[in-house]
Design a protein around this ligand. Structure first.
Ligand code: NAP
Length: 536
């Protein structure tokens, strides 16, 4: 598309990550005129932006990939159990080439505003490149963890060194050899990058506000026999994951952690620890995410591992989480994280006892001392699930913006639609399982449901589809209610918006899992899109 023209399309997709690319492929196959707007310079979404050292997936490669094309999964060769960011990006590029997707994508183009026109039943979109596009459908495929969180500290502008955010890592890479590096944060991004930064930097100082629970990834190269064996049963495996709870094959044990002998409990926790999977530990008993006492047993098991790995008992205790039930803030998978604190060039600063006072020209002032730094890495995470949806101005029916509508927290029907915003679809939006599952399985489910819905609307010659307020309120209450049966809402997590100052506290993901959610969505569709108003 030409930057100066006004264009009319059937559908516009925002984002060329995993969800946007598949959405493009699906809508194209329906014969629609569809185009993708992408702020980055190429495909990949989160994997285009997050290039910090050590960035890799914590869902196994075989599962963290598209399932929609049987040939694709046979053709592509993963080299490690957990793929690195460059390998995943290479895969996304391969997919874009294979399906010739780039010809319908505009890169370096950020959607600034989308305004609904009730008369023409179209969305008018404007971009930072001066484009104006009318489209019947607008699909937000902007990702759940794509709006970086940039906390501010006094004196930041005085700091003469370099500041970086893990989610916006420079593409040319950063050489920290011989430099004094500070990392703020100890979530997944920090936990992956700290071991590698420590190997390169002269001195690494980690500024920790809340210690995280992390398990060893047990990553390893994939051998040809494993790959061949897996590929032979790939279809069967995909089908099973599609109908699983978390989008990966993990079985939740039937017994309570409180009902077995200590030795049996330890044996299971140990096996889960050694399995190197994200979901294994919390699935090893039925009630770890429901019963605080059971949960504490798993938490203590991990704390015991920290004491075992970290030489200095004071540092081990500093690294041990006590302020939230294990799993209520997202678990991390790491390679050598705790052992990194045994290195002589690594220091852990506990911000609860030595808070950051300010940045200075040469480093950071914490507690009553100054720490000299050349580079400060913000591993401070994202404005999750709603940040990227609320970044552009989305103006629905009656001039109400999405920001206004969601002022008290996001409200959606099935995570995909919100009343007052007809023909707007939010892939893996708040109220869908998304971040609590293997994202790829959830993405495919939401994309396929949306494509089928659009195909149906086209067949009906419908002008618009809009979630009903009642259906939306019912869904929002249901999402909150089921989360309330678990310990999840008790952790101050980004699932709840707790990491962003002033953000309403709403438990955003749908906890019941992929299979239940799929059944609900399919049932809604089978009943003439129950809970939606279709206008002709
Ligand atoms: P995160 O989990 O939200 O961690 C952010 C860290 O920064 C936390 O330790 C937080 O402390 C700290 N922090 C934030 N603001 C701060 C401030 N003002 N002062 C001091 N500390 C501050 O973010 P993330 O590590 O980028 O991970 C986000 C999510 O992305 C993960 O949970 C995961 O879902 C996904 N992710 C996945 C992978 C993977 O697949 N391997 C890798 C990276 C990220 P508090 O806890 O006290 O708020």
């Amino acid at each position: 598309m030409d930057d100066t023209t006004h264009e009319t399309l059937d559908a516009v997709i925002i984002g060329a990550g995993f969800s946007g690319l598949y959405m493009l492929q699906k809508l194209r196959s329906l014969g629609l005129r569809v185009h993708v707007l992408e702020a980055a310079s190429d495909v990949g979404g989160t994997w285009w932006w997050n290039r910090y050292p050590g960035a890799r997936c914590d869902i196994e490669s075989f599962d963290y990939s598209y399932s929609f094309d049987a040939d694709l999964e046979q053709t592509w060769e993963w080299s490690e159990r957990y793929a690195t960011q460059p390998e995943i990006l290479a895969y996304v590029n391969h997919v874009a080439d294979r399906f010739d997707l780039r010809r319908d994508i505009s890169f370096d183009t950020r959607m600034l505003e989308a305004r609904w026109n009730d008369e023409t039943t179209t969305w008018n979109l404007t971009t930072d490149t001066g484009r104006s596009i009318d489209a019947h459908y607008c699909i937000m495929a902007v990702g759940c963890l794509s709006q970086a969180n940039h906390p501010t500290f006094e004196g930041m502008e005085e700091f003469s060194g370099r500041t970086l955010h893990t989610g916006e890592w420079p593409h040319e890479g950063v050489d920290v050899t011989g430099l004094r590096v500070g990392v703020i944060g100890t979530g997944s991004s920090a936990i992956q990058s700290i071991p590698l930064l420590a190997e390169q930097a002269e001195q690494l100082t980690v500024f920790q506000r809340t210690p995280a629970f992390t398990l060893p990834a047990m990553n390893a190269p994939l051998d040809p026999e494993t790959v061949a064996d897996f590929k032979a049963r790939y279809r069967e495996h995909r089908e099973a994951t599609r109908h699983s709870n978390g989008g990966v094959l993990t079985t939740l044990a039937e017994e309570s952690a409180l009902a077995v002998e200590a030795a049996e409990r330890d044996r299971r926790f140990e096996a889960a620890w050694k399995s190197g999977t994200l979901f294994g530990l919390l699935s090893s008993f039925s009630d770890l995410m429901i019963d605080p006492q059971a949960n504490e047993l798993a938490a203590q098991f991990v704390r015991d591992q920290i004491v075992r790995i970290v030489d200095d008992p004071v540092i081990a205790e500093r690294l041990s989480p006590h302020s939230f039930p294990i799993g209520t803030k997202r678990l991390c998978l790491d390679t050598g994280y705790y052992a990194t604190y045994n290195r002589p060039n690594v220091e852990l600063v506990d911000l609860r006892t030595e808070p950051i006072d300010r940045f200075t020209a040469t480093g950071m002032s914490v507690g009553d001392r100054e720490i000299p730094l050349d580079v400060i890495v913000f591993a401070t995470g994202f404005d999750a699930m709603t940040g990227a949806l609320l970044a552009p101005r989305i103006i629905g029916r009656d001039g109400i913006t999405l920001k206004q509508k969601w002022a008290e927290g996001p409200r959606t029907y099935l995570g995909i639609a919100t009343s007052g915003f007809p023909n707007l679809f939010t892939i893996t939006g708040p109220g869908s399982p998304s971040v609590l599952t293997n994202m790829l399985v959830s993405i495919e489910q939401h994309v396929e449901w949306t494509a089928a819905c659009i195909e149906w609307l086209e067949q009906q010659g419908a002008a618009s589809i809009e979630a009903n307020v009642d259906a939306e309120n019912g869904w929002a209450d249901h999402v909150t209610e089921v989360a309330g049966f678990t310990l999840y809402p008790t952790g101050n997590s980004w699932y709840l918006g707790s990491n962003i100052e002033g953000k309403p506290r709403v438990f955003m993901p749908y906890i019941a899992g992929v299979e239940i959610f799929r059944t609900v969505c399919d049932d809604v569709a089978a009943n003439g899109y129950r809970g939606f108003t279709i206008s002709t």
